[in-house]
Design a binder for this molecule. Structure first.
Ligand code: PGA
Length: 248
């Protein structure tokens, strides 16, 4: 049986205390409706604790957007996985392309973060995705396969994690790959997961991310091997996010 789809909102560097009203509205709407999906919101680190309090008792989990590969120490500005977990996070986005590109994160660093997250009891959402140049050069499948292999250590055992396919050129641009292109990448990722993790690789949710919105969510979520969505801009407001949750 395939797991429930996961719809995760990535607030990126958006959100002050007042925006918890939107999280509260999302939590209340998910509580009231009957939805097939698991739902998570990943606010900036400063809001994890308050959002977890806000959503206490409601069926929406809170996640971080990054964590340090280190457990503790002299790492000014970094936040450890245990700190996120203590603040109320249950998941953490790792290897987002904005961190790979803007902060020089390599597959090896992402893999170390995955291990740190799992040892703190967090469920990592590991992002992979090709650039526009790589897609145009016909390298999309090989790029994501190598990111997948390099970013998820085989030593994670049976810990829960998810993968998110986020083509860099589709993030925040309004552009999305064709449904067939998304399917091809998700099939390639599934086979990489099964190769690495055997049967357990069949159960790992593979989310799609990049300009998911109410208007395209249903058709994207219906693609075989798409097990949810990682949503940026359209996760900031309950009115934009709820139709995506309802489409899963
Ligand atoms: P977007 O962002 O939905 O705004 O394109 C997705 C993401 O970066 O996770």
């Amino acid at each position: 049986m395939s797991p429930r789809p996961l719809i995760a909102g990535n607030w990126k560097m958006n959100g002050l205390g007042l925006d918890l009203d939107e999280a509260r509205a999302i939590g209340a709407a998910v509580e009231q409706g009957t939805f097939g999906a698991r739902v998570a919101l990943c606010p900036p680190a400063t809001l994890v604790d308050r959002m977890a309090q806000t959503l206490m008792g409601l069926p929406v989990s809170v996640g971080g957007q990054d964590c340090s590969p280190k457990a503790a120490g002299a790492y000014t500005g970094d936040v450890s996985a245990a700190m996120l977990a203590e603040a109320g996070a249950r998941l953490v986005i790792l290897g987002h392309s904005e961190r790979r590109a803007g902060h020089g994160e390599t597959d090896a660093l992402v893999a170390a973060k995955v291990l740190a997250a799992i040892s703190a009891g967090l469920e990592p959402i590991v992002c992979v995705g090709e650039s526009l140049e790589q897609r145009q050069a016909g390298e999309a499948l090989s790029v994501v396969a190598s990111q997948l292999a390099g970013s998820i250590p085989s030593s994670i055992g049976d810990a829960a994690f998810a993968v998110a396919y986020e083509p860099v050129w589709a993030i925040g641009t309004g552009l999305t790959p064709s449904l067939a292109e998304i399917e091809a990448v998700h099939i390639a990722l599934r086979s990489g997961l099964v190769q690495a993790f055997g049967d357990a690789g069949q159960r790992v949710p593979i989310l799609y991310g990049g300009s998911v919105k109410a208007a395209n969510a249903a058709e994207i979520l219906a693609i075989p091997e798409v097990g949810g969505a990682l949503v940026g801009g359209a996760a900031l407001k309950a009115s934009d996010f709820m139709p995506i949750i309802a489409a899963a």
